[in-house]
Design a protein around this ligand. Structure first.
Ligand code: SAH
Length: 490
């Protein structure tokens, strides 16, 4: 199995920078042992004008068979196939080798030259024999939307007998000037096994996380997103559905960031000159901080943290020793990381804060064991039928002692001058509740999970329609806490 990566360069930006990017010196041939055989990295050509790195994977067919048997997962018929063509064709094994030999390059990390990974460069990738179920046509549908110029030539079954037709292999060449090496490697890591469509290892549930991580920035919204996801996950439907739902959420959250005006903020901007009222978003943050301090919490989750404003405010108060922001939107998290200057933060500050990508529609073991969780303006972004899933993930599984939930009070909407009657405040709000509706939900949630709940108005509490934002403060009852402690001790 064989793959080459070529780049061209100039005196100022020599092609041999590829060596830095890949963390592999162009003057040396290197070998790495992987679980399926030995991976060799060598540079057939290394000049400032043109540099080529080759990855050659020598598959140990015997190790493959042993591995398969040892795991007890793969049926023998499938193994026979691996032993037949695996050593010769690029496939998921090559993808695994790519990710282990070039892991920093794939993550876009280069300590020696930190500016390099972000710069797109001319890239040409060649895979002489790529198994491609779906043929050259599918190869193009997968790579072209990502910015690659694709040449995929079918390879004849036997060149002496053209009448036998084509094999399922293509000779693939990809060329682009606008992509970074890290992007290129991530595309290959996902799309090689997708084309091969015969994944060699058992698909574990964390494959969904891996796919979303590696697919960040290019998979959401890809026209073949569904085919890629389903094949990558070896057609395990429950995982595929989960991945597609999460991709859809990422897409929505990103559309929401860029296309939709946040009415709260627009209204604040309009009125700012007149009397400079404190923006509602700031009042909300203050109310949350006050409630958190009163609860005595030190380790806090900000669920649906968005662009990290609350995380930033929490960091300023040393009583909060551990702060975790979670959001489904990678874009929002990227902005949050920039806002917090995570990359330039001192070690002590950095040890207090973490940003996680994840969806509140699924239970997540990373969220267990915190003192408090905040859901600020988040629940209304979920479709009502998904709300019980969020309820379970937070109150059933994560179970912090304190939970703060804020959401718009729809009754107040008549007071927003620029909001046409009957409209919600934000294009992505799936619902907005009256005070009564919010109370009914919150009381039921508290009752189901052993919490008490109190309600706090945020913003001017209008005598007729109430405040613009409503906040519920859930506290686990002493009795529940005691029972849980005893259960844990036992
Ligand atoms: N808490 C912030 C942001 C609110 S906007 C604030 O108060 O300003 C709502 C946020 O919820 C968005 O960042 C969106 O990406 C996130 N979100 C929506 N659905 C989510 C889900 N299922 N899981 C996690 N985050 C979600």
């Amino acid at each position: 199995m064989f793959l080459t990566i070529t780049t061209t360069g100039t005196a100022e930006r020599p092609a041999t920078d590829l060596g830095y990017l890949l963390h592999k010196h162009p003057d040396k041939a290197q070998a790495f042992s992987t679980s399926y055989g030995t991976a060799h990295v060598l540079y057939p050509e290394a000049q400032p004008e043109r540099c080529t790195a080759a990855l050659l994977l020598e598959v140990d067919a015997v190790a493959l068979v042993r591995r398969g048997k040892g795991r007890g997962g793969a049926p023998d018929a499938a193994l026979a196939q691996y032993v037949n063509d695996r050593p010769y064709a690029a496939s998921s094994l090559l993808a695994v080798a790519l990710s282990s030999v070039f892991s920093s390059a794939m993550r876009g990390v280069c300590h020696a030259r930190p500016e390099l990974p972000e710069q797109p460069r001319p890239l040409r990738i060649e895979v002489p024999a790529l198994p491609a179920r779906g043929g050259a046509e599918l190869v193009r549908r997968l790579f072209e939307p990502l910015g690659w110029a694709v040449t995929a030539e079918p390879i004849a079954l036997d060149s002496e007998f053209p009448e036998w037709g084509d094999s399922r292999y293509v000779r693939l060449t990809l060329e682009a000037d606008t992509l970074t090496l890290a992007e290129a490697l991530r595309h290959l890591y996902v799309l090689l096994p997708v084309l091969d469509d015969a994944k060699h290892y058992w698909v574990a549930p964390d494959e969904v996380d891996k796919l979303l991580r590696v697919g960040e920035g290019w998979l959401p919204g890809h026209p073949e997103q569904k085919l890629i996801t389903s094949r990558y996950l070896s057609r395990r439907w429950s995982l595929t559905r989960q991945a597609l739902e999460r991709l859809e959420l990422v897409r929505l959250a990103e559309a929401d960031d860029s296309e939709v005006e946040d009415i709260d903020n627009a209204v604040e901007a309009e009125t700012e000159d007149e009397e400079k009222p404190t923006p509602l978003a700031v009042q909300r943050r203050e109310a949350i901080l006050t409630a958190l301090r009163a609860s005595g919490a030190a380790r806090v989750l900000d669920l649906g943290c968005g662009q990290g404003q609350l995380v930033q405010a929490l960091l300023k108060d040393v009583r909060f020793t551990e702060i975790v922001g979670l959001d489904v939107s990678v874009r929002a998290l990227t902005i949050a990381a920039r806002r917090l200057k995570l990359d330039r933060m001192g070690e002590r500050q950095a040890s207090r804060v973490r940003l996680l990508q994840g969806s509140l529609a699924y239970t997540d073991s990373r969220l267990k064991g915190y003192d408090a969780a905040v859901l600020s303006e988040v629940i209304e972004h979920l479709d009502l039928p998904r709300l019980p899933a969020l309820e379970y993930a937070v109150f059933g599984a994560a179970r912090p002692r304190t939970v703060l939930v804020t959401t718009p009070n729809v009754e107040y909407n008549v007071r927003w001058e620029s909001l046409p009657a009957g409209h919600v405040r934000h294009g992505d709000h799936r619902f907005e509740w009256t005070r009564e509706e919010f109370r009914t939900w919150a009381d039921a949630v508290a009752g189901r999970h052993g919490y008490g709940v109190e309600f706090v108005p945020v913003g001017p509490d209008d005598p007729e329609v109430g405040p613009p934002t409503q906040m519920a403060v859930f506290t686990m009852t002493d009795k529940t806490e005691k029972t849980e402690k005893e259960a844990k001790a036992a």
